[in-house]
Design a protein around this ligand. Sequence first.
Ligand SMILES: C[S@@+](CC[C@H](N)C(=O)[O-])C[C@H]1O[C@@H](n2cnc3c(N)ncnc32)[C@H](O)[C@@H]1O
Length: 233
Amino acid sequence: MFTKSSKFYDAIYHFKDYTLAAGKLDAFIKQYSPDARSLLDTACGTGKHIEHLRDKYECEGLDLNNELLEIASQRCPGIRFIHADMTDFDAGRKYDVVTCLFSSIAYVKAKENLNKAVRAMSDHLNPGGLLIIEPWFSKENFWTDRVTANHYDTPELKITWMYASKIENGLSVLDIHYIAGTPDGVVHFTEKHELGLFDDSEYRKAFTDAGLEVHFDKDGLFGRGMYIGVKSL
Ligand SMILES: C[S@@+](CC[C@H](N)C(=O)[O-])C[C@H]1O[C@@H](n2cnc3c(N)ncnc32)[C@H](O)[C@@H]1O
C-alpha cells in the first residue's frame, strides 16, 4: 500500500480539503448524535481529520502503517494513536463515534474483511454511537480505461504521480508510478494499491449484521457517499 510513499503522503494528497471534510463530518455527527464526545478515526493516516476535529471531540486514531502514524503523532501531540489492523483490533475502550474516511475501508479488499472491520468498529461503539464510513466505488461506478495524473509543486519538493485504473480479479487496481524530486535528487518508485469494490447491499448488510441501523447520504464528504450506522441504545 503506502510502503514507499508514506513520507510524501501529505504532499501527494495536498489537494484534499481536510478543513472542509472535518466540518461536514461534524455536521453529520451533530445531526445523528448531538451529544457525541469521543471519536476513533480508523485508518487515520497522517491524522489530518483528527487535527481538525480534536478541538470538538476527544479523538484517537488507528492505522496499520507505522510511518503514517509517526507523522500523525507529530501533527497531533497528546493524541493516542494505535497501531492495529482495522479488521481485528482492541482499543481497550469504547467511543461515541468511529470513523473510517477517504475510502480507506476498501483496502481490506475482501467482503469477509469488510464484515470483520465493520463488526470490530461497531464493537467499539457506546450505545447510541455512530459508525461513519466513506466508501470507495462499486464495480458499477469504478472508472476503468482511464489514466489519472496529479502534481505537487513547491521549491523544495515536486511530485508527479500517475496510474491507469483497472479491475483485476474483482479488485480495483491502481498501479501507481511516482516521481519525487528534492534539491538532493529525484527518485522513481511504484506501488500497487488494490481496493475492494463493494456494492451498496454489501455495505448495508455488514452494518446491519453488526447491530447498526444504516443511513446513507449520497453526497457524503466529497461525492463518494457516506454510510452512517447507529448502534442501538
Ligand atoms: C487513502 S489513506 C486515508 C488516510 C486518512 N483516512 C485520510 O483521509 O487521509 C488509507 C489509509 O488506510 C490505512 N489502512 C489500510 N488498510 C488498513 C487496515 N487493514 N487497518 C488499518 N489501516 C489500514 C492505510 O495505512 C492508510 O493510512
